[in-house]
Design a protein around this ligand. Structure first.
Ligand code: Z5A
Length: 233
């Protein structure tokens, strides 16, 4: 693989994405990669403003408005940060991307996938991740982690049935036939998110090294080496 690499971390709430996003970014930087670590929604000044609206429990949004605001944040992030970073050869690591829209707005809010696809094709300009690592954790374990963390945002306050639909959508994305019919999502692999954070990072690193042995095999043990700065957005 030459040039940049576009990686996404996905999963339901409380599976440990943000924890792994930080740890994986550090590993990649320690192995000498330029790393641009971003989260959705957000990652740009406009995106951060949209994030505040989207996650505030005080916002009353229709499902359609919510979808358009997530897509607006994505459009800004792709053009302002992701595409230039990929063009310079950086590893771009994003906490959530389009698959979250399919899971939360598609399955969670029951909006038609065709509309989500069209809006987001416009938002991304056709940019698809090179790989998505889907963190998988039993429902009870992720709920326990959320309870331990406290305060819930607007999306997290949805009921259990909503979150079960979201989980089912993520699981469906692991089916090779589903991936073939959704090329805009790119390849998705499951990573077991149970156990200590360090063990989960090891599984993420192993998944990257399996897919791109030449580029990423030196990630194993990379945290012990001095690394480059990570740009966080
Ligand atoms: N959303 C959407 O609807 N449509 C879209 O298109 C997009 C997003 C892009 C973003 O919220 C919300 O937007 C999200 C989907 C929606 N909402 N929901 N619900 P966010 O960015 O604020 O949050 P999140 O993405 O849902 O992540 P999270 O809830 O913060 O959880 P997480 O990132 O998966 O987990 P974490 O913060 O790393 O860990 C959670 C807790 O568990 C924390 O206390 C950790 O210290 C602990 N933890 C982490 N790893 C471990 C291990 N291995 N063992 C034990 N404890 C652990």
């Amino acid at each position: 693989m030459a040039g940049g690499c576009f990686l996404v971390l996905e999963g339901g709430e409380g599976v440990g994405k943000t924890t792994q996003w930080r740890r994986l970014a550090d590993h990649l930087a320690a192995a000498g990669h330029e790393v641009v670590a971003l989260r959705e929604p957000g990652g740009t000044p406009a995106g951060d403003a949209l994030r505040a609206v989207l996650l505030s429990p005080a916002s009353a949004l229709t499902a359609e408005t919510e979808t358009l605001l997530f897509a607006a944040s994505r459009a800004q992030l792709v053009r302002e940060v992701i595409t230039p970073a990929l063009q310079r050869g950086a590893v771009v690591l994003v906490d959530r991307f389009l698959l979250s829209t399919y899971a939360y707005q598609g399955r969670g809010r029951a909006l038609p996938l065709a509309a989500l696809r069209d809006v987001n094709a416009f938002a991304t300009g056709g940019l698809a991740p090179d790989l998505t690592l889907l963190l998988s954790l039993p429902h009870e374990a992720s709920m326990a982690r959320m309870r331990a963390r406290g305060a819930a945002d607007r999306m997290e306050r949805e009921d259990d049935a909503f979150h079960q639909r979201v989980r089912a959508a993520f699981e469906a994305a692991l089916d090779p036939a589903w991936q073939q019919s959704h090329p805009e999502i790119g390849p998705v692999v499951s990573v077991d998110a149970e156990g200590e954070a360090e063990a989960v990072t090891g599984r993420c690193v192993a998944a990257l090294a399996r897919r791109w042995p030449h580029r990423f095999s030196n990630l194993v043990g990379a945290e012990a080496r001095a690394g480059r700065e990570v740009t966080h957005g």
